[in-house]
Ligand binder design. Structure first.
Ligand code: SF4
Ligand code: SF4
Length: 146
């Protein structure tokens, strides 16, 4: 039978939210990136996402590169294997606003290069075509996979 997820407001005194979590915060990192404004910026974003296990999201108007990957010190029981020497960024993190019950909804979320390109096409002026030399064939435009 599937366990009901413990709600943070139902924790008993002395209990820690992390005891009930699958260590969601140890399985990715996210870095703020410049807000993309040009075709070149979106092309870079497209390249980030081509690497797999990456996405880009926007929260409160800040753009982030999200890289999925379990920390190498995460133990099979979802506990930290280097708790006493863990990096400062882990020490500074608290359960107060953590993603334990995050529904994964962002203002924007891109998980494929095609989505990035589609968004760029919607908000930017048409992409300038590269100058062709005489006799050179037309370059095919990027296919949008739906
Ligand atoms: S801080 Fe939050 S997301 Fe991280 S392990 Fe604890 S409950 Fe889970
Ligand atoms: S060092 Fe420990 S707390 Fe920090 S991300 Fe890795 S497993 Fe999580």
């Amino acid at each position: 039978m599937r366990k009901t997820k413990v709600r943070r407001e139902d924790l008993k005194p002395g209990e820690i939210l992390c005891q009930y979590c699958t260590a969601r915060c140890c399985r990715y990192f996210a870095l703020p990136i410049e807000t993309p404004k040009t075709w070149e910026d979106f092309d870079h974003m497209r390249w980030y996402i081509m690497h797999g296990r990456t996405s880009v999201f926007v929260d409160d108007n800040v753009w982030y590169l999200l890289v999925y990957g379990d920390c190498r010190h995460l133990q099979p029981d979802n506990m930290c294997g280097i708790y006493h020497t863990r990096p400062q960024i882990c020490r500074d993190y608290s359960t107060d606003n953590c993603e334990y019950d995050n529904d994964g909804c962002y203002d924007k979320y891109f998980e494929s290069p095609e989505q990035v390109w589609e968004y760029a096409e919607a908000i930017l002026p048409p992409k300038p075509q590269p100058r062709r030399k005489r006799g050179e064939p037309n370059l095919p435009s990027l296919p949008i996979v739906g």
